[in-house]
Design a protein around this ligand. Sequence first.
Ligand SMILES: [Zn+2]
Length: 281
Amino acid sequence: MCAENGGASRGQVTGVFLDGIRFASPASGLEAFCTCFCEHCARAAEALGLDFERMQRDVTALYQHLVSGAPLAPPEVAGSPIGVLGQLMRWPGVCDWLWFRQRTITDFVEELARAVHGEGKQLGGYLFSPCLAPLVGQDYVKLAPFIDLFAPMLYRNVNERNCIAPINTELHVLASWEDPPRGPVGILALAGLPAEPHAGLDELLTRGVSPEAVRLETARARALIGPAATLAPILWWDDPLAAQTVACARQGGADGVQVFRLISGAKARWSDIDRVGSGVK
Ligand SMILES: [Zn+2]
């Protein structure tokens, strides 16, 4: 946005891309994930008619459940969406909390869309993969009227433990919360992704998930947003099966793809700047 001329009206700008429009994901850590219960959220939740105390109580129970290493859903139930729903309904405040996170993000994006569309510009958004989006407050269906270009982050093979956003690292973190850790087949089932021949959980980091998972997640995104919006998933640059992954995204209904490229050393340089408190993010 440009303050100098009053917002998104600068002539050469086609649109605005949003990133980070979400709450904390599992890879940010269990404590960060089980938020937000600040006074602003309390007021916003109550204004929406939610029982904030019940939300806080049930999310605390979920947190304690997960800290103890207990599975979110027992492996026998993980492959059954109805079974998982039944499990979740034991904590109605958790259902409220997940809905509240989605509603907050949707309202925020709607407000931004009004400003951007009001200037005749387009709105794009980087979103978590559909199998993870409900955990971070992103509802593709509710966002569809406001976002013109959806860019799901379908990073399938990022070999970095606790990396925020990639499908494989977020699932690795979710599986690691369990004691003993859930195996790769179980965590892929929970995400609705096909079983793969991983020898152990850490192969989720070294091999990632398959290009077929990218096809499935693209198809899910397309089904959720409908035919009107442009769908251009962003893919991880360092993918030994890049051609296959792009083909899978196309087969899943993508109009095009974007590529996230990490330039060698860039991360360290930018984190140094962050550490000295320049405010650069
Ligand atoms: Zn808050």
